[in-house]
Ligand binder design. Structure first.
Ligand SMILES: [Fe+2]
Length: 213
């Protein structure tokens, strides 16, 4: 009888041990699953933060900053950086020329023509430079990018002609259009080209280190 009891106790102990072991495996599995899920959640959060920042910039570009009938000064900051120092320099200068036109408009400068022309001429020069860089790098979206430039130039040239022939004045509407187009184009289309350039640079570095190693 005692032996029978001991046998039953041993069986119960084995069952308990196996249950503990199974529970331990389950806890370990759940913990590791939890770690993976935490990592995924952290990565997702970081992605969402970047996405939110980008959306905020886009909203800023849509909200062209008109307060009390006056347009906010267009100032270049880090959020407009696309990652190519040459292109970023061009964009900074484009902003300066836009502001020169804007200030001329606010101050009622009698002859805004040459200032407006300087802005459009520089935009044309800048677009051409970007298009050459895109061709040099075999950028796959170059055609769409170029057609955005061309449709902008077409629209602006019509305004330039109307202005020079005396049919139209430079208006707040024209300035708002220029500001919105320039900021949207940089934050979306040019940013994509910047990402492509960065990827290209990363691949180049990897190939170099592979060849040297
Ligand atoms: Fe562009």
């Amino acid at each position: 009888m005692k032996l029978l009891n001991e046998g039953t106790a041993a069986e119960e102990q084995t069952a308990t041990t196996s249950e503990i072991s199974s529970n331990t495996h389950q806890v370990v599995h759940q913990t590791s699953q939890g770690v993976i899920e935490s990592d995924t959640a952290a990565a997702q959060l970081s992605c969402n933060a970047a996405e939110l920042q980008h959306l905020a910039h886009q909203l800023e570009s849509l909200n062209v900053g008109v307060t009390g009938g006056r347009m906010k000064k267009l100032e270049w900051d880090e959020s407009f950086k696309i990652g190519s120092s040459e292109i970023d320099q061009h964009h900074k200068h484009l902003f300066e020329l836009f502001e020169k036109t804007h200030e001329g408009f606010i101050n009622g400068t009698p002859n805004l023509g040459p200032i407006f022309d300087e802005l459009i001429d520089y935009a044309r020069y800048h677009f051409k430079s970007e298009e050459i860089w895109m061709m040099d790098k075999y950028y796959p979206d170059a055609t769409n990018h170029r057609s955005e430039h061309n449709s902008f130039l077409l629209r602006v040239q019509k305004k330039q002609m109307a202005f020079h022939s005396g049919q139209e004045h430079i208006s707040m509407g024209t300035l708002l259009f220029l500001r919105e187009w320039i900021t949207n184009h940089i934050l979306n289309t040019d940013v994509d080209f910047g990402k492509f350039l960065k990827d290209l640079e990363r691949v180049g570095t990897l190939v170099c280190s592979y060849e040297m190693g």
